[in-house]
Design a protein around this ligand. Structure first.
Ligand SMILES: *Cc1c(COP(=O)(O)O)cnc(C)c1O
Length: 379
């Protein structure tokens, strides 16, 4: 609970964000429809506890702290923060281009993959246009559609929690401008296969932008998973999103990138916030690519923990969707809120989607063990 003073301050802040568009207490005239924009609900942090160690497994973060060389790179970059960063993040662009063996013209770095969702939508969609995305999926997609004044067109996942790409293709109209594909999908962990993506891209008109969001792709180990990078080499209307936040463990620094053919990449640069990527973020991302092998060993360990959790939960009789990401999904329906409360009490902060299910990030082995114990009580 917040105290009286904090509450007053929070009330002021809320006016300019949550209900600013409809406020009649003065202030500027805001865009119509602004009050339709849902707020981004971030994963919660655990309440401080003295009786037990708490774990935050609500935001799909990497539980490992940065590697020593990454911390050193950040510390070295700190000495020059009186200067603006390189607006083109030239060195990071070069490192990413080399990593994927693509031309530097086809790489766009930004303040996280989420910024590139905005940049993509702003580059292609406006009032009167439509943005198609699977649902449930990443929270930002409906927000991004609303922010550029376009109509959000959510398409329900299948009964197996996968993208219904056939249904998504049938929702395309002459005003469709952007389609999001999320593989592995947040929060269900399911993937789009190479065969499915190929068939889908053949059905999408060549002038519709397809954003293949691969925020969790490093955790995927199935061999039939779609290759978004290859898809954007083949299709000038396709871009792929990657991030340093999840597998690389740099969520706090805000850096991600898109790969797209040069004309589309140029459009994404035009809708960017200038100087968005800080010099600290650029240095950390470059150092992370240099330590790629070591970081991917951590990713493999987390994927191993994921498989252990799924196997243990299934052995206890729970129906768990296969996941290719660093989280797992339990569809609990009406039991979601209560189960989430039980986890809170046990010092484990998970992500609940009330009425639908819970998403739990693969964390430290002790956090994963605690979750297995808690989930066993669901039977
Ligand atoms: C976390 C996430 C992102 C964005 O991550 P950034 O921290 O903005 O790079 C993008 N897409 C999905 C599906 C995510 O879950």
């Amino acid at each position: 609970m917040v105290n009286g003073t904090a509450k007053g301050a929070a009330g002021c802040a809320a006016k300019s964000t949550d209900d600013g568009a409809t406020s009649d207490a003065g202030g500027p005239r805001l865009r119509p429809g602004l009050d339709l924009i849902p707020g981004y609900r971030a994963g919660r942090r655990p309440e401080p506890r003295t009786d037990l160690i708490t774990y935050k497994v609500s935001s799909n973060e990497n539980p490992y702290p940065p590697l020593p060389r990454v911390r050193e790179a950040i510390a070295a970059a700190a000495a020059e923060v009186n200067r603006y960063p390189d607006p083109g993040s030239t060195q990071l662009v070069a490192a990413i281009a080399a990593h994927h063996d693509v031309p530097e013209t086809d790489v766009v770095v930004a303040t996280g993959a989420v910024a590139l969702c905005y940049q993509a939508a702003h580059a292609a969609a406006g009032p009167g246009d439509e943005v198609i995305y699977p649902w449930r999926s990443f929270e930002a997609y409906p927000i991004v559609a609303h922010v550029c004044g376009a109509k959000p067109v959510p398409v329900a996942l299948t009964a197996t929690e996968e993208h219904d790409l056939e249904a998504m293709a049938t929702m395309i109209t002459p005003v469709t401008r952007v389609i999001f594909v999320c593989t592995p999908n947040n929060p269900t962990g399911t993937v789009v296969t190479e065969a499915q993506l190929t068939a889908f891209l053949a059905a999408v008109p060549a002038d519709v932008l397809v954003v293949v969001d691969e925020a969790y792709i490093e955790f995927a180990d199935r061999t039939d998973v779609a290759d978004g990078v290859a898809a954007c080499r083949r299709h000038p209307n396709v871009m792929v999103l990657r991030t340093f936040s999840k597998a690389y463990g740099l969520a706090g620094l805000r850096v991600g990138y898109a790969l797209a053919q040069a004309p589309l990449a140029q459009a994404l640069r035009k809708t960017a916030l200038p100087f968005g990527v800080s010099s600290l973020a650029e240095a950390a991302a470059i150092a992370s690519l240099a330590d790629h092998t070591e970081l991917m060993q951590r990713v493999a360990d987390l994927a191993g923990e994921r498989e252990r959790m799924i196997a243990e939960l299934r052995a206890r009789g729970l129906a768990i969707t296969e996941s290719q990401a660093n989280f797992i999904w339990l569809r609990l329906g009406g039991r979601t809120a209560e189960f989430s409360r039980c986890c809170d009490e046990a010092g484990l902060t998970i992500r609940a989607f009330p009425g639908e299910g819970v998403r739990v990030t693969i964390g430290e082995p002790a956090a994963n063990d605690r979750f297995i114990e808690l989930a066993a009580t669901l039977i």
